[in-house]
Ligand binder design. Structure first.
Ligand SMILES: [Zn+2]
Length: 83
C-alpha cells in the first residue's frame, strides 16, 4: 500500500509516481486527487489541492472506502502535515 502525498491516505494500490516520475493515474479514494493531473500552473499541486479539499470539508471521493472511525488530523500525520 502507498501513501497519498496530498491527504495522507495510506491505502493507495499503486505508487503515485514511480522512480522515473511516471504517474499511476490512480485516483485517491480519500481526497480524489488523480496522480498525473498535478499541474502547478493550474494550481493543482499537492499543497493547494489539499488546502482546497480541506476547505471544502475534506469529504471522501469514494465514500465506500471511508473507515467508520476516520480522523483527518491523524491521517495527515502520515505526510507530516497538519491542518
Ligand atoms: Zn489523497
Amino acid at each position: 500500500m502507498y501513501i497519498c502525498p496530498v491527504c495522507g491516505y495510506d491505502k493507495l494500490r499503486e505508487e503515485p509516481y514511480d522512480n522515473d516520475g511516471n504517474p499511476s493515474y490512480e485516483i485517491c479514494n480519500c481526497c480524489g486527487f488523480e496522480f498525473g493531473y498535478d499541474d502547478s500552473s493550474e494550481g493543482r499541486n499537492f499543497e493547494t489541492y489539499r488546502k482546497r479539499w480541506i476547505e471544502k470539508g475534506a469529504s471522501w471521493f469514494n465514500l465506500k472506502a471511508r473507515p467508520v472511525e476516520w480522523d483527518l488530523e491523524k491521517q495527515l500525520i502520515n505526510i507530516n502535515t497538519n491542518i
